[in-house]
Design a protein around this ligand. Sequence first.
Ligand SMILES: NC(=O)c1ccc[n+]([C@@H]2O[C@H](COP(=O)([O-])OP(=O)(O)OC[C@H]3O[C@@H](n4cnc5c(N)ncnc54)[C@H](OP(=O)(O)O)[C@@H]3O)[C@@H](O)[C@H]2O)c1
Length: 501
Amino acid sequence: MRTGDPCILVIFGASGDLTSRKLVPAMYEMHRAGMLASETRIVGVSRRAKSDDEWRRELEPWVRDHAQGFDAGAYRVFAQRLHYFVGDAVTAECYPALRERLAEIDSTCQTRGNLLFYLSVAPELYEPIIARIDDAGLVTEGKRWCSIDQRTKSWQRIVVEKPFGTDAASAASLNRALGRVFEEESIYRIDHYLGKEVVQSLLVMRFANMLFEPIWNHRYVDHVQVTAAETVGVGSRTAFYDQTGAIRDMIQSHLMQIFAFAAMEPPTSFTADAIRQEKIKVVDAVRPTAPGEVAGAAALGQYAAGPDEGAYVSLPGVPAGSTTETFAAIRLHVDNWRWAGTPFYLRSGKRMAQKRTEVVVQFKPPAANLFRGLRHFSGGLRGNRLVIEIAPRERTLLTFESKVPGESTIAPVAMEVDYAKEFRSANPEAYGPLLVDAMRGDQTLFKHRLEVEGAWHAVEPFIGAASAELRRGIASNYAPGSWGPASAGELMRRDGRAWHD
Ligand SMILES: NC(=O)c1ccc[n+]([C@@H]2O[C@H](COP(=O)([O-])OP(=O)(O)OC[C@H]3O[C@@H](n4cnc5c(N)ncnc54)[C@H](OP(=O)(O)O)[C@@H]3O)[C@@H](O)[C@H]2O)c1
């Protein structure tokens, strides 16, 4: 794979959790893998005062704990790429000195005027910081923002974290703010789920094999489940979580991305534009859920008290009577030729029985059951099931019916591909390859403006006024360590289906 272009990665929010726990360890892994250009530097911007050396020392334990293969010597070399700038990024006063510092690093390190901004700050700071970057003249569309060598073309790009808005209108507003400063080709809406190898391998499985694609449609697929279950609770993040909930936090972002990969049409080529166009189309084809249909198409829940954490409603910071969901399951229909009549169920929850992220493609059973007369086989044939497990293990399982040797009966068996065993490769932290993609200008695994807005339109009925009935009696309606509220099972039973638990 080509290394990233030489650039300065400018991280706004350098003192924060995401930078220390994810971004810098991921950059260290990319440095060790030889994926960063030797010239590339990282400048962290935050208000807390510290020197370059203090920041480097502060980050070392984070890299030790969160990166694969820590080596003190390699960290010392990597740390020379790290610089810290003290400033309040929402104020105009921050920028003349920041620009000067970036220009100085650019000229000594030969980063060619290329800047990759990363917004790792609270979402309400995104729009003011974007405007300040523009006011400071740091986005020059090919021309150089610093004085040296006017002939060399440069790029300036921006990575935007989730949450990307809180509904369709706020996402559109953020898109407009970005669009006033950056071209769409320079905007990288990140979703670290798309940095996971097994999510990408879904496209390879579908489109590099003859086996799956002919049956990947409503004629053969009964339904599809996309699940992201966590065993942990909300913990101390109640202020953030109570404003967010499982639909905004997980379903609108990560699960809708996985859904798009599973449901999209074959792109005309494996290029960013072609893939993103197909994802936009399939998200656009999601049938809007009418207010009157919301209650029948979803289940919402809040976890009750367990031995190690109180009930969600009793956590400090959660307002009394909060109806924010810690569990959500929604059913979507895709109105296109491929999927008409095949529902997609998206489900996510905290304090669940297992940590598991997966896509389950449940095929229909054969039209006729020739084996009904077998002496010990009274049941019907089960349809094949393809399980693409994203976490905790990265593996694919295909179940099919088989004759039990020596007995006249039939039972399901599974074929399994475990990516870690098969390819013996340690998967790097998803952020690293995604950031290198941004440095190379590859937007394949980043979200387009229309995809984000389309995903909001798909989930909005389940967070708006129409969801009030689903929220009635939500408090403590599921036990920690379970698979969610009883209503989630009922949602499937009503449709004659069951969750893959
Ligand atoms: N943490 C995660 O795992 C994660 C995952 C996905 C998405 N995200 C998103 O990523 C963003 C950052 O999350 P986080 O968890 O890292 O938050 P955080 O721990 O609160 O860090 C944000 C940092 O921004 C800095 N900051 C605040 N105001 C600033 C200003 N005016 N100018 C410059 N720096 C400023 C703060 O440092 P100073 O006080 O020193 O300025 C703070 O440490 C959020 O939008 C979050 O939703 C986080």
